[in-house]
Each structure stands twice: as C-alpha cells, then as structure tokens.
Design a protein around this ligand. Structure first.
Ligand SMILES: Nc1nc2c(c(=O)[nH]1)N[C@H]1C(S)=C(S)[C@@H](COP(=O)(O)O)O[C@H]1N2
Ligand SMILES: [Mo]
Length: 564
C-alpha cells in the first residue's frame, strides 16, 4: 500500500537500494512539519504583538489588543475560584509565571498540531489557524480595556500572515512521473502504476527540500526580529523614563509617640526581618499579567458619581496638593496564616478625605468604585475614606517614586482594609456610589464585600522545620498586626505549656505591625511553637481556623522544632 508514496524526509535515505528517481520527490517529515507549525504560529503571534505595541504607542489600540496578553487575561478572569486558589497555593507569587508557562506549552502544542495537519492538508491547517485567531479575537474583545473592533487588527493581520505563509510553505504539487517503489522487497508490476496513480496521486512539495528549509529559517528569523523590535519599542521604556524623571515630593512627616523614629524602631528587635519592607521584597498581588504601562504625563484620575462636583486630577495637580508621609502595613486577604503577603512601607500621598469632601459626596453614597487602567475594580467603603484614618492616594513608597509593580503613577492605600477592597494600583477612576449598585472584581467571585483586616501574628524564626541542640538558646521572633486597632500584646506557647509573654518593639502607630522576640532554652524532643496576639482593644486573635476566602484567614501560626 505504501509503495507508491513518495519518500519522506529521513524515512528511507538509509536504505541503500532506494532507486535514484525518488530523491527528487520530497515532503516535510513529521518533526519538520511540527517545527514549521511552531515557527509559522510564532511569526503570526510576533506580528500581532508588534502591531499591538505600535498601536498602543500611538493610542489607537489598547495594550490588550495583543492576542497572547488578552488570552492570558481572559484566562485569569474565567479561571474558577478553586483553580485560582490551587495556583496561588502551589505557585505562590509565581502563579503568573506558571500561567505563562502553561499558556506557552498550550500554544506550542497547538502550533505543532497545525504543522502536522498542514503536511496532509494545508487547507485544514489554515482553518485550524483561523480558529486559533478567532479564540484570540474573542479574548481581545472581552477585555474591559478594549477600545472596539479596531483592537482585533493585530490578531487579524497576524492570522492572515500565518495562513499565507503556512499555505505557501506546505503547497504541494502532483508529480508527473510515477514514483518508484520505496520498499525494495516489493517489486511493483508495471500495471501497478496507472491504477495507483489515479487513486493516490504522488505528491511533492512545491518548494523542494532546500527552499522549504531556507524559508522556514527566514520565517523564524522574521518572527525573532518582530519580537525583538517589539521588546525594544514597548512603552515600558517610557514608564521607566517617566519614573526616573520624577522627584519624590516633599511631604509632612508623620509624628510618632515618645520621640520614636523609624531609625530607632529598625534597631528595636533583632534576629528577624526589617521593620520596613524594602520595595524589592514587598509582596505583589494583582490580576495584571503584564504590568500596565502608564506614564505620569498620560495619567489622570476622574472622581465622579454621587458628588456635587466632578473632578479630574492630573499627576501635577496631585503632587501639588497637601501631601503627608505615613507608615502603613498592607495585607492581602489571600495571606494564609504564617504567610508573606503582608508588608510595611512609608507612603507619601494626598489624603483622600480632603479630596472627596471637597467634591461634596451625597449622603446616599456608601462606597467608592475604584477602577485601574487595566480594568480591575474594587469597592471601598466610603466611610473608611473619610473617617479620618490615613487613606491616601499615594505616589511614593519607601522614599522612592511608586514602583510600577506597586501601582505607578498613583495608587490607593487605606489602613485597616485588605488590599482587594482598598488598595487600587494604577488607579484612574473613582466613582462615588452605593454597594447595592456595584459589583467589584473579587466580590463577584465570592469574596466578601466588607473586609477589615483580622488580627494576626506570625513566627519568622525559627523558619520551617528546625533543628537545635539541647540547651541551645533558641530565638523565637515574628510580627503581629491589627491595622487601625494596633497590637497590645503577643504571647507564645511551647507545646501545651503556659502562654508566655514576649518582648515587643515599640508601637509606632496602630496602622503598623509590631515585631516581637523571645528566647527559649531548647529541651529534648520535637516541639511545636505557637503565637497569638491581642489587638489594641485587648481582644485576642481568633484561634478558629479559616481559609482566606471569603474575608481573610485566621488561626494561630505554628512552627515545629526538633531538639536532640
Ligand atoms: N489594579 C489593581 N490594583 C490592585 C489589585 C489588582 O489586582 N489590580 N490587587 C489588590 C490586592 S488583592 C492587593 S493585596 C494589593 C497588593 O498591593 P501590592 O502588590 O503593592 O503589594 O493591591 C490591590 N490593588
Ligand atoms: Mo489581596
């Protein structure tokens, strides 16, 4: 049956008795077909990416007109909550990397399949590629930042380029002369040729092996070049230039009790992490697959809704409003007991209270719907923005212009509320409204509408499973936080022993964590160390174990230590 098929790449070159005429008949082999699929889809995506970046630069298209970005963002939106929790639990802050790797592998497989199919039927492969483009198109159009059908341009142009190149590379022609048998053991009779030729015509690549290979090479080079140009052009460079050009504005410093300063507090408790979390170590949580690019010049914030007077603020205007400096601990609702999604920084920003009250919010209003440039939304309780706590529109963090990952140019910081109901990064819109009229990103996904931060304490040393020798003085230290209420006391317990007091760093304010420390003389055996905190009202943190969803984890943190 196979005797009339042309030789495939590598199939029979090794066969010494293969007759010479077949050497002119050639079709790409399986591996080469799959590789070619990957190269062609790579070119299509690179072209789309480049167009999207160019379109974003001239403000014709939005950043999410990039098919890959849009598919990734759509995937994040559509992922069921359990899978999201699993991803965060498994990959932690690397969950986006995991998604990117997953998407990369999926695209590679799809592209290889398209290449394999193209060996048999370039037409079916073109239809598959078109379907791939259609999926991207749906993702692009359903992005909140989508401008309109114009955003489909990169996907369509990329798709057309892909289909044309695929069709050209895999074009075949019928070979006029009958092929000689491939299998040297089966001698075809002369009558075999006409009959077989009418049922299964002998096909040959229209390009031939050498041209096919060189065109695949050129396609790969073009894809690489398009990607490189895109990398070189992105507005990311503008954002960094915009940040570099700005100076941290001066602000009214915070006054601390008892003549405390940030320097004295830094030295108060040793043997553990810094009191202020360095920017590069600060946790990052957001739904953005790639960081939103917005320069200070392009940025503006519209405040509207249930207010007497709307206002649109530019960056220049915001840094010329009264600015204050405040040290505040941020916490993510997704933080597990003992987890690291919490950090303390010194922020510079303008009080939201003054800004809002100046615009005359209606007495009907009870929330502010805040939207970021990439379409993320949250509903912050209006009360928390105007009750006098240090709710800020922040522009600087730990003496630096706000880093891009933490919301450059402007973000919100609200003490006492988990980030997902207060800390909008890359904020561009604030709509004074009512909770009954708005549903924000996470509340739509089963998280609580109201989410004050729960009192929590964490053991930082010893870390994980530790070893010590009998008689060692083991340092036990950590942090505790209850923003707005403050931390009054922290205790530790070894196994089932008495709860014991620890040494606490001075309280800087109710909105910052307190570091704590004690030592323990190690005794033989495997021990469990627990900690617990009392907030400023004297209330003990709850021992009841709760997962992050819907309104924050609870339970005592514990560490194990083996003493021998
Ligand atoms: N635009 C935008 N802002 C956002 C989020 C987001 O997904 N998008 N996530 C919020 C959450 S859940 C938290 S915990 C904080 C985290 O701020 P950080 O990344 O600076 O630590 O940002 C908040 N602001
Ligand atoms: Mo969060």
């Amino acid at each position: 049956m196979d005797t009339t098929r042309p030789q495939r790449d590598g199939d029979s070159d090794a066969s010494p008795s293969a007759p010479p005429p077949t050497s002119t008949i050639w079709l790409p082999g399986r591996w080469l077909g799959a590789l070619t699929g990957v190269v062609v889809v790579g070119l299509a995506l690179a072209v789309a990416e480049l167009l999207s970046i160019l379109g974003d630069r001239v403000q014709l298209l939005n950043q999410f007109s990039s098919p890959l970005l849009a598919v990734g963002a759509a995937f994040i939106t559509l992922t069921p909550e359990w899978l999201k929790q699993f991803a965060i639990a498994t990959f932690g802050e690397q969950d986006k990397v995991a998604l990117q790797v997953g998407m990369g592998v999926t695209v590679l497989i799809a592209a290889a399949v398209i290449g394999l199919v193209a060996r048999r039927s370039p037409r079916v492969a073109a239809v598959l590629l078109a379907a791939f483009v259609a999926i991207c198109g749906v993702a692009v159009l359903t992005r909140p930042a989508a401008v309109g059908v114009i955003d489909l341009l990169p996907s369509i142009v990329g798709g057309v380029v892909g289909v044309l190149v695929l069709g050209y590379l895999f074009r075949r022609r019928e070979v006029a002369a009958p092929a000689a048998p491939v299998d040297p053991d089966v001698e075809p009779t002369p009558q075999d040729y006409p009959s077989r030729r009418t049922t299964t015509p002998v096909m040959d690549s229209a390009l031939g092996r050498r041209r096919f290979l060189s065109l695949v090479g050129i396609t790969a080079a073009a894809a690489t070049a398009a990607t490189a140009i895109g990398r070189f052009l992105p507005s990311y460079a503008d954002v960094q230039a915009s940040r570099d050009a700005l100076q941290v504005p001066s602000a009214t410093p915070q006054s601390f009790p008892d003549g405390l300063t940030l320097d004295t507090i830094e030295e108060a408790v040793d043997g553990q992490g810094a009191f202020l979390t360095p920017n590069e170590d600060f946790y990052r949580v957001d739904t953005a697959l790639t960081l939103p690019n917005i320069t200070a010049d392009d940025w503006s914030l519209k405040i509207h809704g249930l207010v007497d007077r709307e206002r649109t603020l530019t960056y220049d205007e915001i840094v010329n409003l009264p600015l204050v400096e405040r040290t505040i601990t941020l916490t993510c609702v997704s933080n597990e007991v003992g987890g690291g999604l919490v950090g303390t920084a010194t922020w510079i920003g303008t009080p939201i209270k003054d800004l809002l009250e100046d615009l005359g919010p209606s007495s009907d209003a009870d929330c502010v719907l805040c939207t970021s440039i990439d379409g993320f939304t949250l509903t912050a309780p209006l009360e928390a923005l105007v009750d006098g706590r240090d709710s800020l529109l922040a522009v600087a963090m730990n003496g630096e212009i706000l880093p891009q990952r933490n919301g450059f140019p402007v973000r919100m910081v609200v003490p006492g509320l988990y980030g997902y109901v207060s800390a909008t990064k890359w904020i561009v819109d604030m709509k004074v409204s009512r909770f009954s009229d708005e549903v924000a990103y996470w509340t739509q996904r089963g998280w609580a509408e109201q989410a004050p931060i729960k009192t929590a304490s964490r053991i930082d040393v010893p870390r994980g499973f530790n070893q010590a020798a009998v008689g060692d003085e083991v340092v036990i230290a950590g942090v505790a936080w209850a923003q707005q209420r403050g931390i009054e006391n922290v205790e530790i317990q070894i196994d089932d022993g008495e709860w014991q007091p620890v040494e606490l760093s001075p309280a800087l304010s109710n909105d910052t964590w307190r570091q704590w420390r004690t030592t323990w003389v190690a005794e033989q055996g495997v021990h469990t160390i627990r900690c617990r905190a009392y907030d400023g009202t004297g209330e003990l943190q709850t021992e009841e174990i709760a997962p992050p969803i819907p309104n924050g984890s609870s339970g005592y943190d514990a560490r194990s230590i083996t003493v021998s």
